[in-house]
Ligand binder design. Structure first.
Ligand code: FAD
Length: 521
């Protein structure tokens, strides 16, 4: 688009699946401006082997609901799960009507099995790039709606307010110049927070921006201690942590420790199809007992039919080949990496946050649908279902002519960044990996919280995009650490060595953070 407008009706921050799906709903009510910190189409998720759940003909809503509740360790908000599984099929049908190319066999949709799903209900697109195909479809649809415009390289730095209501955003434009835009309501659809960790499957842009923006605005954030770690991300020096997913294991891939022994059966009756949190801890255990300085385990597909593997996983095959690993002949070194934020900005079933005029959807939001752990392939579905729901609710927020000049929020720190920004981010990533990784203990978490609090003044009044990202990473890391320290239980994606026993009175509550304090309810 040519230049940014001074005002619009709705602002959507993020052009991933949640943001674009919401924009399509909003276009019926007014002008929509979608802001994206990079170029379009842009998601914080790399083009990768992904799938989205939908009911197959033999499946049932109750079974998908039950699998989701089980994966979420019953901490799920049942109404949120119900909406997810009830409305999911409709959202997928709609994508097909908008010409999404999902994999078929003899003209019928092809449903694959996946870890922790009792039925084959996972759809893939064009082999392996499901996210790209859904984004392509949604982007084509948004481009057909004249009420929607998208601004690239528009990095949102703050939410602006009038009388306690969000009335717009501050941003850095493509040239790094600060701008403000007024609107009736803002949707946070900013995706994940993987970059607070040293090892992550997320792209560099997943810096927790939406969570930091919401927190600073005084919105409630929930269940952030539940960070899902992908058990088997490719582990090669200088290569991205490409996730080697559940679909590979569902096709029969084995896990082997450094002595080449299979080990998953010791940890879970489902073996290599165990829930990701169980598998992550099993791998960490095997890495620890190996006493290797730089530990990892192997994913082994060498016993499978080579031609079938190449056909089924072309992207994995090509990515590994480029790194001199032929997955049909070589073992693949893997280890866990931060993957998905189960918690986020707390919303109701219509995407409303605790702040008037502010909405959230997709990975940045916490609807409660995932409980303590997300069922594989439910994230894309959640982005579609709750993106659409948030868009519908936001339509009612339109306030024609009532927009007033916004008051930018005060800077949240004035101290200088006394070390290089990359070094500052690196320190946080290392600390989070060491003390707030898949296995946690009170003393380590306490020391991480202290360190993060101590370095708060170093986050200067940020001026560049990267210093804003550093501030967002810092704020989000501190929230995750405080929430994890407060939850004295071990279930789902949160595991504490010092609390091995289960206590439902403590566990079956959601952590809620507002400003600095954590409560459970
Ligand atoms: C490697 C990988 C594999 C995955 N596989 C699966 C799978 O198989 N099935 C599944 O269901 N889920 C999977 N997931 C999770 C799923 O892909 C994500 O949860 C989902 O795509 C998130 O969509 P979203 O719309 O919420 O955010 P995203 O797609 O992450 O989009 C976020 C958007 O916000 C923008 N943004 C962020 N901050 C700012 C800012 N400050 N200013 C302006 N714009 C901003 C970004 O530029 C981007 O456009 C996977 C995730 C990863 C990383």
């Amino acid at each position: 688009m040519k230049g940014l407008p001074a005002e619009t009706d709705f602002i959507v921050i993020g052009a991933g699946i949640a943001g674009l799906r919401a924009a399509i709903e909003l276009a019926a009510a007014g002008r929509v401006l979608v802001l994206v910190k990079k170029e379009l189409p842009h998601s914080n998720t790399p083009a990768q082997p992904a799938g989205t759940a939908r009911l197959s003909d033999e499946d049932g809503i109750t079974m998908h609901l039950q699998d989701t509740l089980t994966a979420g360790y019953v901490l799920c908000h049942p109404a949120a799960v119900k909406k997810l599984v009830d409305e999911g099929p409709e959202r997928i049908e709609e994508l097909l009507a908008w010409a999404a190319q999902l994999e078929r066999h003899n003209s019928r949709l092809l449903f694959s099995p996946e870890a922790a799903h009792s039925h084959s209900r996972v759809l893939h697109a064009q082999g392996e790039s499901t996210v790209s195909e859904i984004l392509r479809t949604l982007l084509a649809k948004t481009r057909s709606l004249k009420n929607i415009s998208c601004a690239e390289s528009a990095f949102v730095t703050d939410l602006n307010f009038e009388d306690g209501r969000v009335t717009g955003v501050s941003l850095l434009d493509a040239k790094g110049v600060p701008q403000e835009i007024l609107c009736s309501a803002v949707l946070l659809a900013t995706g994940g927070l993987g970059q607070i960790y040293r090892h992550t499957t997320n792209l560099e842009s997943a810096t927790g921006d939406g969570i930091a923006l919401a927190l600073r605005a005084g919105a409630e954030v929930s269940d952030l201690e539940f960070v899902q770690f992908h058990p088997t991300a490719l582990y090669l020096k200088k290569a991205p942590r490409f996730p080697l997913g559940e679909d590979l294991r569902a096709e029969g891939a084995h896990l082997r420790n450094i002595e080449l022994n299979r080990f998953m059966a010791k940890f879970h009756p489902m073996g290599e199809l165990a829930p990701p949190d169980v598998m992550t801890r099993a791998i960490i255990h095997e890495m620890e007992v190996s006493r290797a300085k730089d530990p990892f385990v192997y994913l082994d597909l060498t016993h499978l039919d080579a031609a079938k593997v190449r056909k089924r996983f072309p992207r994995v095959h090509a990515t590994c080949m480029a790194l001199n690993i032929d997955i049909t002949e070589d073992l693949i070194p893997v280890r866990p990496a931060a993957h998905y934020a189960v918690g986020g900005v707390r919303t109701d079933l219509g995407g409303k946050t605790s702040i008037p005029g502010l909405f959230a959807a997709g990975e940045v939001a916490s609807t409660g649908a995932h409980g303590a752990n997300r069922l594989a392939s439910n994230a894309l579905l959640e982005a579609l279902v709750y993106g659409s729901r948030a868009g519908k609710t936001m339509c009612d927020e339109l306030r024609p002519g009532s927009k007033t000049r916004s008051q930018p929020r005060a800077a949240y720190s004035n101290g200088p960044l006394d070390i290089g920004v990359e070094e500052f981010i690196g320190q946080i990533q290392d600390l989070m990996w060491k003390e707030l990784g898949p296995v946690r203990m009170r003393p380590g978490m306490q020391s991480a919280v202290r360190t993060l609090e101590e370095i708060t003044p170093r986050v200067a009044h940020p001026k560049t995009r990267r210093t804003h990202e550093a501030a967002h990473i810092h704020a989000t890391a501190l929230l995750v650490a405080r929430s994890a320290l407060a939850r004295e239980e071990s279930r789902g994606a949160h595991y504490r060595i010092d609390y091995p026993d289960h206590d439902d009175r403590k566990f079956l509550k959601h952590s809620v953070v507002r400003r600095d304090s954590v409560r459970f309810e």
